[in-house]
Design a protein around this ligand. Sequence first.
Ligand SMILES: [Zn+2]
Length: 315
Amino acid sequence: MRYSKQTLVKQIGAENQKKIEAARVVIVGVGATGSSSAEMLARAGVGNLVLIDRDIVELTNLQRQSLFTEADIGKPKAIAAKEALQKINSSVNITAFPNDLDYDNVNLLEADLILDCTDNLFTRFLINDYCKKNKKPWIYSAVVGVQGMTMNFLPSSKVCFNCMFSLVEGIETCETAGILNTVPTAVTALQVTEAFKILTAQKARKKLLHIDLWKGAFEEITVKADRKCKACKGEYEYLDGKKQEIIKFCGSSTFQMKGKFDYEELKRKLNMVGKVVDMGICFKFSSMIIFPDRVLIKAQNEQDAKVLYSQVVGN
Ligand SMILES: [Zn+2]
């Protein structure tokens, strides 16, 4: 039997394995932590996995994003991850969304559990709002340098991510510190272990866990509720469509811009002036990858990205 080593673990057993196989888990972001968490969940037999990622595989990702190989460079991460996972476990039902999670498609999060494997605060606030409003559990994870953090947010939790924002603010940029590739694996081992507890209705950790992998140090931190927290009061700002216009992706020179344009018409037009590489769900043109709802642009800075966008896509 495929999962015999897992059902032998007394905390799992045959009954809990059935719960795992019936579960639906959403993974937001399939970079380093997302790759690792998705792989462990697929190997453990989680019945339904939903992968959401707006990014494209790049050479610099391969140092730590374990589902990808050199052959995947240029592919949307969600699609490449699905292909890799399907080879690992063909019995898992995997849905890939190469989309930017935002207020207008936030229902993609509909599941038994949501894993935050993103690298940005905006998406985490959005997940926090969605999960508070819909009483869904989610697990935060973040990595930078040699450090990582993770915390469970359950419908019964007295605190939310918005409450503890000031605590985690400092760990929110991988731009300057980089990431040691052992850290995402360590953090996701903790994240996925908590996922097994939550999916099988067992008691999960309540505190924020901070690890410094270089020192081999683990620290549990009690997070206090913020009496002024809007999400805890039922004000869900991020579900209302207050959004970022331009986003710079962590650790790369890629900018994302959103706008309204006729995708097919733009593809046809650009095909007449230059080389368009059709990638199915998106196409490449010059230093851009164009999706129906957004554009990824390689540029030195935000200003250059805006100029390129207006030259190629229009306003
Ligand atoms: Zn709160």
